[in-house]
Design a protein around this ligand. Structure first.
Ligand code: PHE
Length: 333
């Protein structure tokens, strides 16, 4: 038999047996079979070396030694591996604390807006949206706010320095969500029952109850016989749905260019009344501006400050907390 072939056959079988040894005992068995001093297969191979011709004996001897070394190394490696303690179920200490991970959450204002939409949805109001960058027609003109009105003072609004509307007029960040009333009436025929929630911008002096950006919910209901009594009912029901039965709401006579009559809406917080918005019956001039016939339809509109309701429910006393992105505050919601 060709010794080199015998060596490689031996090596293949030895390595396979070592690899398959599942525990120290069967590994020891393989060691005895393949490397054992007495009667092991290695002995037979060694005899082959002695039988070959003198000229090739050196070379065959080296091949024999190399095979022996490799099988020995494989055996040692396998032995070390089997000696390692195994990871078993009992190696996991289930009493150790887990790795905590934190999840994100919705901003309190977002949560409030979703709940408002939900409540108003139950009253049959559909939520619509409008742009935050507006032209003067939607922010003022169609809302019956004439050129000379103080509400249009450039110092009381965020006008954009260079951008112009498609018609060439100036643009501004909307100062109220009443803009969406106009956009909605321009594109739909009555009856209408919508709310629109979003950001508004005013260069107010910032303090605990004022911010130059805040959120409003605008409501608009238009039909043949929509009344002021319905307006009051809707606002009462809304406040109770969000804040609970014990909330007290009052209406104070007021003025807005786009409603007549107009009221300011307050609610009781502790011993104080806080203003939460404005409301009223849509002014006939607004209907005319959008092509509705004020003899045929009437309606009510309201605009509520979203943060103020959220503050009242969660007893937040400073509106600025909502915009500081302090996770210690945000986590409470
Ligand atoms: N747009 C008014 C404001 O920003 C609120 C309002 C809306 C009043 C609708 C009457 C009707 O203060």
């Amino acid at each position: 038999m060709d010794p080199i072939q015998a060596f490689s056959e031996y090596e293949r079988e030895a390595l396979e047996a070592i690899e398959n040894a599942g525990d120290e005992q069967s590994l020891e068995q393989s060691r005895i079979t393949f490397l054992g001093k007495k009667g092991g297969r290695l002995k037979d191979l060694q005899k082959l070396v002695g039988q070959v011709a003198a000229e090739v004996r050196r070379e065959v001897g080296k091949a024999f030694n190399d095979v022996k070394t490799r099988v020995n190394e494989a055996l040692e490696a396998r032995k070390a591996l089997l000696a390692k303690p195994k990871a078993t179920a009992t190696a996991i200490d289930v009493t150790l604390p887990g790795t905590p991970f934190s999840t994100g959450g919705l901003h309190p204002v977002t949560q409030t807006m979703r709940e408002f939409k939900d409540i108003m949805g139950r009253f049959g109001f559909t939520a619509v949206e409008g742009p935050e960058i507006e032209d003067e027609r939607h922010n003022f003109v169609a809302l019956n706010i004439p050129e000379a009105h103080p509400a249009r003072d450039p110092l009381d609004n965020f006008y954009l320095a260079t951008a112009r509307s498609w018609a060439g007029g100036p643009l501004l960040l909307r100062s109220q969500t009443s803009t969406v009333q106009i956009r909605e009436m321009e594109k739909t025929k009555p009856p209408i029952r919508i709310v629109s929630l979003g950001r508004v911008y005013r260069p107010d002096t910032i303090d605990a109850t004022h911010s130059c950006m805040f959120h409003q919910m605008e409501g608009l209901m238009v039909g043949e016989d929509v009344t002021m009594a319905q307006l009051k009912t809707v606002l009462h029901l809304f406040a109770k749905a969000y804040l609970g039965e014990e909330v007290t709401v009052r209406f104070r006579p007021s003025f807005f260019p786009f409603t007549e009559p107009s009221v300011e809406v307050d609610m009781l917080w502790g011993d104080d009344w806080i203003e939460v918005g404005g409301a009223g019956m849509v002014d006939p001039n607004v209907f005319k501006a959008v092509g509705y016939d004020p003899e045929e339809v009437q309606g009510f509109a309201f605009g509520l400050g979203i943060e103020r309701f959220c503050m009242r429910r969660h007893e937040v006393t400073d509106i600025r907390r909502f915009y500081e992105n302090d996770v210690r505050f945000l986590r409470q919601f």
